[in-house]
Design a protein. Structure first.
Length: 605
């Protein structure tokens, strides 16, 4: 039996295919179309899933869409009527799209897929809950789903037992911690629905100066984690912006203009909303434990990508363990919708062991074998060297030790927003210059942005204050005390971005300014070649940690195909591209003929 899950028409459209309950393929549409956060119907992602399985759309048994369009439309109409005549411009912009397209989702799906079968519509947070629990390793667990908004729900919790989930309580729109965080994303000059992780990365540079103001004016937070927001300060209900003049007066000025210089104020705002978000999630987690008595917690929804808050929940020991859906945002709704149909709707048996999840390391996307890679290289007259696996890991380890920056393109592409050693840019974590080189010359992005480490799973506790794997880069923990370098009294007095270039540990390229790191542990089972390469680097150079960032430049999706990888490699100051068993040396390449100057395109202040 095949079940196709689809998410579309908000942001991060995606498709997922399940065969007899097994997740066999999943991908975001942006990876194929090269439009970041592509929200259109995921034609290309669906085609990939069907081609991977070797089936036609007529062989699909069920299609599951990740929310209920009519319920979402009801919320939009009710909101616009409540605030009328305010919001008329937003209404005029939104409603025709709904009348002409989004309300006819069943017809769109059948037409796009040439499909005559059954189409089912779980609620948005049911899809999130299903992705959180059914993909987790747990036989039974509590779940927490938390995002901007689905149809009406913005937050929910409940329990999963065997093959059933049960939502016990929720918080309804317009009260949303996701939208509160997005309001500060907008106010600090970043793009909503994509820049929230920048706010999280900026937070350690700031002081929590505005926490009391947020708690007193913007949000009424209860002990159980439930809350109401003071809508006097927000514009997202009916307007085209997140915040309004009341918000701007409260925080002393207009929103920062995108790409303008970051000041201490933005850093303090980022730290404050991050601290508030962590407090909300901690209170929720404690309440969920009290209400359900479950040993484990699984999380999904866009806010579950806040790895700093996840790390705090883990360290508080509220639950024995937590598991976060790697594609926690809307893309993962496609996966959740498909799993919901298999377990909840069709009542199929689920066999979990409390140890191994069902996500397969989230390596669920396209793969290109050596023949396909070599064909591409030959067709485009690209000079390369072919090596076997043993030589590959040896050469890679040596190049890392020489402080070279490498594109690493291997195996099946990751599903979710994080690169996990299949479509990665890698470097030596011991290098004091690697962080700035990667940000400014490779990624063309803001200098304050931290990088994540990939570490051998079996050595995670030798480097970080954590006692369990973190396979999906969704937990933050501190670098071990014995690896940290203490700051001088003068350095402690520094503020903001001045803190950036201080050496904080013996793995400085992945140590954030608060001594933390967003960790990916690498398993021999789910990514054997990546594990083998890092093991070789450890064997030869005494470090089980490397820098891992996504294989893309600012403003572009992560690469999917060999062509994407080569073009990204050539547009940046990467030194080598390692694609399958082929090593491509930048010094031996002919520069690309470009219509635009990519370096100017991504120039930063």
């Amino acid at each position: 039996m095949y079940i196709l899950g689809i998410s579309a028409y908000y942001h991060d459209s995606a498709a997922c295919l399940i065969k007899d309950g097994e997740i066999i393929a999943a991908a975001q549409e942006e990876r194929f179309t090269r439009k970041k956060h592509d929200h259109n119907f995921p034609k290309e992602a669906v085609n990939f899933c069907l081609n991977f399985a070797g089936i036609k759309s007529s062989q699909i048994d069920y299609v599951a869409f990740y929310d209920k369009p009519f319920l979402k439309f009801e919320r939009l109409l009710e909101t616009y009527l409540t605030y009328a005549p305010v919001g008329i411009s937003s209404f005029i912009k939104a409603i025709p799209l709904w009348i002409n397209q989004k309300l006819w989702m069943k017809e769109i799906i059948k037409k796009e897929l040439n499909y005559e079968g059954i189409v089912l519509f779980p609620e948005h947070h049911e899809s999130h809950a299903a992705s959180a629990f059914f993909a987790s390793p747990y036989k039974e667990a509590a779940f927490l789903t938390i995002d901007g908004v689905g149809e009406w729900t913005t937050t929910s919790f409940g329990t999963g037992v065997d093959n059933k989930i049960n939502i016990l309580a929720d918080i309804k729109y317009p009260h949303s911690i996701g939208l509160l965080y997005s309001a500060f994303t907008y106010y600090t000059g970043f793009k909503v629905n994509s820049g929230e992780y920048k706010v999280m990365g900026l937070a350690p540079y700031g002081e929590p100066k505005y926490v009391d103001l947020i708690m007193n004016e913007l949000i009424d937070l209860k002990d159980d984690g439930s809350f109401k927001m003071n809508m006097k300060y927000f514009n997202y209900n009916a307007g085209l912006t997140m915040t309004n003049n009341n918000f701007h007066k409260l925080f002393g000025g207009e929103p920062r203009k995108p790409e303008s210089k970051l000041t201490q104020r933005e850093m303090d705002l980022a730290r404050s909303v991050q601290d508030v978000t962590e407090e909300v999630m901690l209170r929720m987690a404690k309440h969920i434990k009290k209400e359900t008595g479950m040993k484990y917690l699984s999380l999904a929804g866009g806010v579950a990508l806040n790895c700093v808050a996840n790390g705090k929940i883990l360290r508080e020991n509220i639950f024995d363990d937590i598991w976060i859906q790697p594609a926690a945002g809307d893309a993962g709704g496609a996966l959740g919708a498909a799993l919901y149909v298999w377990y909840q709707y069709l009542d199929n048996e689920r066999t979990a062991d409390n140890k191994n999840d069902f996500q397969k390391g989230s390596y669920l996307g396209p793969e290109f074998n050596n023949t396909e890679i070599e064909d591409y290289l030959k067709q485009n007259k690209i000079e390369y060297k072919k090596v076997d696996d043993e030589e590959l890991v040896n050469i890679t380890a040596d190049l890392l030790a020489e402080e070279k920056v490498l594109g690493w393109f291997q195996g099946r592409m990751e599903f979710g927003p994080r690169a996990l050693g299949a479509r990665s840019i890698i470097g030596d974590a011991r290098s004091s210059k690697m962080q700035s080189v990667m940000n400014l010359k490779i990624k063309f992005r803001e200098s304050f942005r931290p990088f994540a480490p990939s570490i051998l799973e079996e050595k995670i506790s030798e480097y970080f204050e954590i006692d369990r794997p973190s396979p999906y880069m969704l937990l933050v923990a501190d670098v071990k005390k014995e690896r940290q370098k203490l700051m001088t009294e003068e350095q402690k007095k520094l503020f903001g971005i001045d803190k950036l270039n201080i050496l904080r540990s013996d793995i400085p390229a992945i140590t954030h300014i608060d001594y933390s790191a967003r960790i990916q542990s690498v398993s021999k089972e789910t990514n054997p070649l990546y594990h083998k390469m890092i093991s070789k680097f450890d064997e030869k150079y005494g470090s089980a940690v490397i820098v891992n960032t996504s294989f893309n430049v600012r403003g572009e999706p992560i690469v999917c195909e060999p062509e994407h990888a080569y073009r990204c490699f050539m547009r940046t100051d990467m030194d080598y591209l390692i694609m399958g068993n082929y090593i491509i040396d930048k010094t031996k390449q002919t520069p690309l003929k470009e219509d635009i100057d990519w370096r100017k395109e991504f120039e930063l202040d």
